[in-house]
Design a protein around this ligand. Structure first.
Ligand SMILES: *[C@@H]1O[C@H](CO)[C@@H](O)[C@H](O)[C@H]1NC(C)=O
Ligand SMILES: *[C@@H]1O[C@H](CO)[C@@H](O)[C@H](O)[C@H]1NC(C)=O
Ligand SMILES: *[C@@H]1O[C@H](CO)[C@@H](O)[C@H](O)[C@H]1NC(C)=O
Ligand SMILES: *[C@@H]1O[C@H](CO)[C@@H](O)[C@H](O)[C@H]1NC(C)=O
Ligand SMILES: *[C@@H]1O[C@H](CO)[C@@H](O)[C@H](O)[C@H]1NC(C)=O
Ligand SMILES: *[C@@H]1O[C@H](CO)[C@@H](O)[C@H](O)[C@H]1NC(C)=O
Ligand SMILES: *[C@@H]1O[C@H](CO)[C@@H](O)[C@H](O)[C@H]1NC(C)=O
Ligand SMILES: *[C@@H]1O[C@H](CO)[C@@H](O)[C@H](O)[C@H]1NC(C)=O
Ligand SMILES: *[C@@H]1O[C@H](CO)[C@@H](O)[C@H](O)[C@H]1NC(C)=O
Ligand SMILES: *[C@@H]1O[C@H](CO)[C@@H](O)[C@H](O)[C@H]1NC(C)=O
Length: 481
């Protein structure tokens, strides 16, 4: 009795926090979008996924729909039947689909609202390698075409559109994209369309992805796009470091995102924040903002620990990254952009990074190139302003900083403080800077002249002290499934 009362009080408090968060989040861009896609962001559902609503009203196992976990039998029909069946509970208490221990081969499938996909220990969902099971879907409107190739794109393995309250979790089960055949076909130019992603949720809100392992995606692993209120917690992502474009987590035109306690080894950026591509991203105009990344461990020998861009035409702002560990990675928090992108990257705050064996601790690239077509306007410049890095220890570094802005649109407001980069034996200069402006303090080795040293008494670079609504949201297993 007593504990029930206590927990219902906690639920109520959390719900109130969420309702307040929802009101606070009604910023112009998000507001416009959220009105256009129908389902209520207000109202009592608002916090249900992340706070203490009752468990899902209905639970079923994939076995109830005839699935066989032998790793060979196709379970595509079983997964589709399960989702069709459980969709009926979306407006009626919600449902949970359990995947027990076993190897469950299936073609791509969709999720539904007020829904939990739960993978028990030793459960593995294997993506079908039969390309006929992967229909072609429309390109993302903010990209105008597929990322690999013009035109549409293969569907995502686990896909959701226009959903609310979706949880993908479990007891560290695995979602395996079996990407090898896709990587080979991509490298040999045998694909006619862009590869799908392992998990994509679009135009959705209140999403939790936790306590699972994701391996060998065809391309990016986790791709929330045009979505908000997202927590990605306690996940492992593993793909060969030579696999093409197997980014870890890519929030794309998303607001209020928290990525924490993740371990990512992949063939591309561990986390990449994006917001659309050139003229398509500018027209769509939906930024990525209010993003927390904490306690991330990354190995990415050919890419960034956290990339901002290169597709950033809808803008990226208010990103807070802290307690980042990287081993054998190309660069730390990298900005990638180009003339023609438009948009902005601003109010980026990074602190407490421990980096071991890095090519570049700091890397900004103003001439990234790569355009969707020849219709972009090369005179439309990105704005890069207000980028702060502090409390960084890096060992075995080839170059401390390679900071190259754009002549017609220099990167401004760069602040770097309290950094020690121990250089590997290298003939390269530690810093290479052009078309950037900013300040430094307590940085070793001595930065380039464009980043004048303010002396060791200078205040540290800023990091926000306010709490974002997504910051304090508690994840409690018993409270939502
Ligand atoms: C989802 O919402 C978007 C934006 O309102 C709309 O364009 C799209 O058709 C919807 N998609 C589905 C599958 O309902
Ligand atoms: C699907 O839903 C119905 C309720 O409409 C339920 O009676 C039935 O048992 C479900 N099917 C399976 C295979 O669980
Ligand atoms: C999944 O949803 C999309 C719309 O978002 C739809 O086009 C597609 O047919 C659905 N796939 C399945 C297997 O239901
Ligand atoms: C989950 O499984 C992965 C892959 O086997 C493993 O590396 C990771 O340590 C596991 N995580 C937890 C929390 O047990
Ligand atoms: C990923 O795919 C590669 C290549 O097929 C394979 O060697 C590796 O074992 C797979 N990784 C996991 C974690 O299953
Ligand atoms: C790509 O298109 C060509 C020409 O139509 C076709 O022969 C080939 O099978 C297609 N490739 C795939 C992977 O569908
Ligand atoms: C500088 O950074 C190191 C490593 O992150 C940290 O231990 C130390 O407290 C920082 N110093 C100041 C003055 O903030
Ligand atoms: C230092 O980095 C180089 C690559 O630049 C690598 O080959 C070497 O193993 C690293 N040394 C240590 C001690 O990690
Ligand atoms: C420094 O940057 C310039 C471009 O501004 C480039 O041409 C040069 O190769 C860079 N040097 C190093 C060592 O990276
Ligand atoms: C992850 O799993 C652990 C133990 O299985 C559980 O205590 C925790 O609540 C889970 N966290 C999330 C975010 O699902």
């Amino acid at each position: 009795m007593a504990s029930q009362t206590r927990s219902s009080i906690r639920f109520t408090v959390l719900l109130l926090i969420w309702v307040a968060a929802i009101e606070l989040s009604m910023e112009p861009v998000e507001c416009r979008r959220s009105k256009s896609h129908g389902h209520g962001r207000r109202g009592y559902y608002a916090g249900s996924a992340l706070t203490g609503m009752p468990p899902r009203a209905y639970t079923a196992s994939v076995k109830d729909f005839g699935a066989v976990g032998d790793g060979v039998t196709s379970n595509t029909e079983a997964f589709h039947a399960a989702i069709a069946n459980l969709s009926q509970y979306s407006e009626n208490g919600g449902a949970k689909l359990v995947v027990p221990a076993g190897r469950w081969l299936t073609g791509p499938f969709n999720l539904t609202s007020h829904f939990t996909l739960f993978l028990e220990q030793d459960a593995v969902i294997l993506a079908s390698q039969d390309l006929n099971e992967w229909p072609i879907i429309d390109p993302l409107p903010s990209y105008g075409r597929g990322r690999d190739l013009p035109g549409g794109r293969y569907t995502n393995f686990i896909h959701g559109a226009n959903l609310t309250d979706v949880v993908i979790t479990g007891d560290n089960g695995t979602i395996d994209g079996q990407g090898e055949i896709w990587w080979q076909k991509f490298k040999n130019n045998e694909l006619n369309y862009t590869r799908g992603y392992l998990v994509e949720l679009m135009f959705s809100d209140h999403i939790i992805i936790s306590n699972l392992t994701f391996v060998n995606s065809t391309s990016w692993h986790i791709h929330p796009v045009y979505s908000s209120y997202i927590v990605v917690s306690g996940i492992t992502i593993l793909a060969p470091i030579i696999s093409p474009n197997t980014d870890g987590v890519n929030p794309d035109s998303c607001s209020h995102v928290r990525i924490e306690d993740c371990y990512i080894v992949s063939g591309d950026d561990c986390v990449a924040i994006k917001s659309g591509w050139d003229e398509y991203g500018i027209t769509f105009g939906m930024p990525s903002q209010h993003i927390i990344i904490r306690r991330l461990t990354c190995i990415s020998p050919t890419s960034a620990v956290i990339a901002l861009g290169s597709e950033m035409s809808g803008g990226i702002q208010d990103v807070r990254a802290e307690d980042i560990t990287a081993i054998n990675s190309e660069s730390g928090v990298r900005i990638k952009t180009a003339p023609g992108r438009g948009g902005f990257v601003k109010d980026i705050f990074v602190r407490r990074m421990n980096l071991y064996t890095m090519k570049w601790v700091f890397w900004m690239t103003g001439n990234y190139g790569q355009h969707p077509d020849d219709k972009y306007d090369p005179n439309v410049m990105p704005l890069v302003h207000g980028i702060s890095y502090s409390d960084v220890i890096a060992e075995n570094v080839t170059m401390a900083g390679n900071l190259l802005g754009i002549e017609r649109a220099p990167f401004t407001g760069i602040c770097i403080s309290n950094v020690t980069a121990d250089m590997a034996k290298s003939k390269k200069l530690p810093w290479n800077c052009s078309d950037i402006y900013g300040i430094t303090s307590s940085v070793s080795p001595t930065p380039c002249a464009l980043l004048p040293d303010q002396g060791s008494d200078a205040p540290p670079c800023p990091f926000p002290t306010d709490e974002l609504p997504i910051d304090g949201v508690e994840l409690n297993q018993n409270s939502y499934w």
